[in-house]
Design a protein around this ligand. Structure first.
Ligand SMILES: [Zn+2]
Length: 56
């Protein structure tokens, strides 16, 4: 799989969503110690991806 902003964003998104599904605190935006970095990475990669789209 090509390592592009989009694929990295999709991977982070999948990881974050998979965690949130089984984690009630994260579902209510009270990020637990495991969920906080996953959410942080998801938010950062989402931002990178959106920036990447805007530059084209
Ligand atoms: Zn969590």
């Amino acid at each position: 799989m090509a390592d592009t902003p989009h694929t990295r964003y999709m991977i982070a998104s999948d990881q974050w969503r998979a965690h949130r599904k089984g984690c009630p605190p994260c579902r209510t935006d009270q990020h637990c110690p495991t969920g906080a970095p996953l959410f942080g990475q998801f938010a950062r990669l989402q931002n990178d991806y959106l920036q990447h789209l805007r530059r084209r």
